[in-house]
Every structure is written in structure tokens, then in C-alpha cells.
Design a protein around this ligand. Sequence first.
Ligand SMILES: [Zn+2]
Length: 354
Amino acid sequence: MTRRSRLLLGLAAVACGGAEPAGSTAAAGSSTGSSSATSSSSTHGSAAEGTTAGGSGDASTSAGSSGGSTAADAGSSGSSTTGAERPCAGVFPDHWIDGTDCSEPEIMVHAYDDDTVILRQSLCTSFEGPFLYLLFGQDRVLLEDTGAGGIAVANMVGTVIEEWLAAHGRSSIELVVVNSHAHGDHVAGNPQFEGLPGVTVVTPSVAGLSQYFGIDSWPDDVVQFDLGGRVLDIIPIPGHQQSHIAIFDRGSGLLLTGDTLYPGRLYIEDFTAYRTSLARLVDHVDPTAVCHVMGTHIEMTQTPGVDFEFGADEHPDEHVLQLDWTHLLELKAAVDAMDTPQIEIHDDFIVYPL
Ligand SMILES: [Zn+2]
């Protein structure tokens, strides 16, 4: 059976209403986390020992699979609290696939916690090496981004969903595919999902997002989207690209910032919109609820202020994925201070107006 047909099977029953929600599993165990971590120290540190190997396709990795040792099972070694009192229960891998060995899988799957999976596309398939996020609720699962193309992303996502369903005693769940923004390296896999039963692909445009999420006044309105026991804030943040959104998951403390903020070159198409969007983010999000600020690429090395060359398809010793609230404040302050948009190198990102 191909993985594609398995995806169809896994999602086919959704339209009929689906099964009884099993008790939703809260994030990774009962850890209290360490509540130390100043905001900057987490940036260059190795985040966690709990790691899952990259899944090359089948059931080797999953979110909270009962059989395997997943990152979520590995405990709270990577936990940290960022500017807050809340425990941050998810874990990061020691390193992501980085293109230095092209026997690596085309997509690495990492269970951040029982209900949150981070996927990374191999740089061997696209130098963009984008990250994708899969957020499970009781009623639906949201996929943010579909990669840069050239990978069987729908098959892999289907496999991960099947494993989550099996681990939770469920037979189906609706999948909502959303893009952080409309650039090609984030939407290329969308067609693989279109037309699949139980799958909604939200058109990555201002009109498409506004209609699906009920955003009356783009970009000023922030709206909530409930996955079932997991409410996400959908925050319009145009600037890098017109139809860019951030997703804030206050339950897990994850703030997903797409290409607006990540450890790399922060290309800005519309400087005024970008500046306003950063203010909107800072105004809306409660910093005490933020564990990690995570974008969709890594382009910085572990050396502060040094990035990989544009187009580099190998990232030895790359920066960690996760940033924190202080990086958002640092970016906002830098952008606010610019009378004239200009390239400005910071330790963990580069402001890059176009
Ligand atoms: Zn982009």
C-alpha cells in the first residue's frame, strides 16, 4: 500500500463526523521544567537531549506514538522558561538534518510534544530547508506550510497523522493546511493536499485567509481558531509578504512567526507594514505565555552575526531554530529605530529590507 493511499485512508472518515475524542494528552508529561533560562542563553545552547531521528517515511517517528521513544517521552531536559513562569514542556532535537549528508531523509520529523510535530525539509532537496509545523487538537490538526517542493510532504504528514490517531485511539481527524505566507518555498506542497477527503487547504491570500478565519479587517483583526481544546491566535503580520500570518498557541507557548522572524535574513518587502506588524505582535501576545518564537528557516550559523551564504545547501553548525520573546523585542526596536530601511546584522538574525 502506498503511503498516499494510507493518507487517504487515514483521513477518509473525517467527513462522517469522526470518532470519540480520546482524552487529550497535554504536552509532554508532567515536567515542571527548569525555570531558569534567560532569554538569550537558549539561543545558542543545545536545547535538548531528547530527539527523534529523522523519519524517512514510515513509522519511525511520530507524535506521541505509543511504541517509539519520541522526543516527548524523553522528558523535559529541553524545557526552559522564557521570560515567564510557565513551564515549557516541549523538546528540541540535538540537531536538525542540515544537508551535510544527503543520505538524510527528505523530511525530518520531530515530536516537540505529544501534540506538536516539527518537520524540516532536507536542504538536499531545497536550499531553503523550510520548517513545517503540525499542531493537533481534539477536533482538527493544523499544518503550517507545505515545503519548497520536490518532497512527498502529504505522504509524510499522513503518516504522522495516522500515528497520532493510533496513539489516541482515534480513526480520523480533519486536516487544515495553512501557509505562514504565500512564497513558493512555503506553499509548493499545497497541491498534494488539495482534494483529499477531510482536508481543507486555506488559500494563502489575504482574501482566502480572511474568509476562512473570519478576519473582518485585515491586518488589524486578530482572530481565534480552535483546534478542539487548543485555541490558536491567528495574527496578520504583512511586511515580509502581504498575506503573512503569525500563529500563537498559548497552550504550548509557541509563537510561530514564519519568515517574519527566524534565525536568518529577515527579508522585508513592505517596511511600513512590517514595522506595524511587529507592533501588532508585541501588543497582542502575552510575553509571559511565550516559550519559544519559531520561524520557518535557519540561515544563521552558531557564530553570532554570521549567516550562511545565500543558496547554501549545507548548514554545518547552524543556529538553533528556536528564538524567544527578547528577539522579537530586539527586532522591533531595531526596525523602529530605522529612519531609512537598511541591512542590520544582529547576533541571531539580520534585518534585511529589500
Ligand atoms: Zn518568505
